[in-house]
Design a protein around this ligand. Structure first.
Ligand SMILES: Cc1ncc(COP(=O)(O)O)c(C=O)c1O
Length: 380
């Protein structure tokens, strides 16, 4: 059978490639972004209880109401921002599904979507499959600061959406309040939708504050915020997330959501709702991961890798330019095969595969795993 691919240039993701290599060579896997420790037993018990208490049929299309209420309460507590549980919050199968539905609900053929590179890998294919045109803004290593003049220059009458991600995967940088104000100013009086991917909102270090799109009144009116329970509660395999937006935008989102998935895992939703009644479950996350970041960085202080401490997320980028000038994909593979440590080369997230000799390491791992990884890095 002959067919024309709708996404001819999309290959198997680097995450699959590197995890596959890590398994094959029994390497320590700091490549894919998932913890190698268990979720809180309390959460697992809440989910089991929900399954045993009859929460096994379809949830409401927008999601279990108690969970939506818990999320609304969290927005109020953290940002003094109101999202109505009934009309402005939807529970999704991970942030990935939310992102796909936001893009599908709004992007038409030839619409332009601004994507800031390095970028998480699901944005661009979702734009392309809808006939949209990705317009890239490349950030420069090692600071990965956004130049808003660049963004302004790339705006056009065709710009439908801007996708931002703070804290940022893969660089581990965060947007400042000034960044968000610039974005608000640039989009004022336009019909541009902002997709604010905030999956790492609870992982921000050194006392900094997460700058959610909902904190900026004009920005909030045009923004979808996407979030991931997998990242927050150490269970990426459950694929649970949510998104929030003002009612008029959410109405359009749900037109896609109801035919894409209709509703998502009900007992997990109920379990999450019960678990989130205790706000410490998410408030303590930054401290938890800051300890891991600090441990990892203190251990590799004397290595030949150069770094700026991650400001958020559970990723740390390391510059290997003093060690070799190899292409980063080749070096990441060699590090896995020869040294037994898997990472992700940053070029795969960049425009035109720009190679700055930088690898991304995930430190959502047990202290023991981090120590073993550091031992390898120190010997190079
Ligand atoms: C920036 C970013 N957005 C979205 C996702 C996807 O989240 P989920 O696993 O909840 O679909 C990830 C996962 O790595 C991510 O890093």
């Amino acid at each position: 059978m002959k067919h024309l691919s709708k996404l001819p240039n999309i290959e198997t993701t680097i995450f699959t490639v590197m995890s596959g290599l890590a398994n094959k060579y029994e390497a320590i896997n700091l490549s894919q972004g998932f913890p190698n420790f268990k979720s809180d037993q309390k959460l697992i018990d809440f989910v089991s209880k929900a399954m045993n208490s009859g929460y096994n049929q379809y949830a409401l299309m927008g999601g279990n109401m108690e969970l939506r209420e818990a999320i609304a309460k969290k927005f109020d507590l953290l940002y003094e921002s109101t999202y109505h549980p009934e009309t402005e919050i939807t529970i999704t199968a991970g942030a990935t599904q939310a992102i796909f539905d936001v893009i599908t609900a709004f992007v038409r053929a030839n619409d332009e979507v601004i994507i800031i590179k390095p970028a998480y890998d699901c944005y661009e294919p979702s734009v392309l499959i809808n006939g949209g045109k990705p317009v890239s803004i490349q950030l420069e290593a090692p600071n990965y600061q956004i130049n808003w003049i660049d963004v302004k220059q790339k705006l056009s009458s065709k710009t439908k959406m801007i996708i931002i991600n703070t804290p940022h995967n893969p660089s581990g940088t965060i947007f400042s309040e000034a960044d968000m104000l610039q974005l608000q100013e640039l989009t004022k009086n336009t019909n541009i939708i902002v997709l604010s991917d905030e999956v790492y909102e609870h992982i921000v270090f050194d006392g900094e504050k997460h700058q959610s799109a909902c904190l900026f009144p004009d920005l909030k009116t045009r923004s979808f915020i996407t979030a991931s329970f997998g990242k927050t509660f150490h269970n990426t395999g459950w694929k649970m997330g949510y998104c929030c937006a003002p009612k008029v935008l959410m109405e359009e989102f749900r037109k896609i959501h109801q035919f894409n998935v209709f509703s998502v895992n009900h007992p997990v939703q109920k379990g999450l709702a019960d678990y989130m009644q205790d706000s410490n479950t998410y408030l303590e996350l930054s401290q938890f991961y800051q300890k891991k970041r600090d441990l990892f960085l203190s251990l590799i202080q004397g290595s030949r890798f150069k770094f700026k401490p991650s400001q958020g997320t559970y990723f740390q980028v390391l510059d290997y330019s003093e060690i070799t000038q190899e292409y980063d994909v080749d070096y990441a593979k060699r590090l896995t095969v020869e040294n037994g440590l898997a990472s992700i080369p940053l070029s795969v997230f960049n425009e035109n595969k720009l190679d700055n000799k930088v690898l991304r390491f995930c430190f959502a791992k047990t202290d023991d795993t981090l120590k073993k990884a550091a031992d390898i890095l120190n010997k190079i």
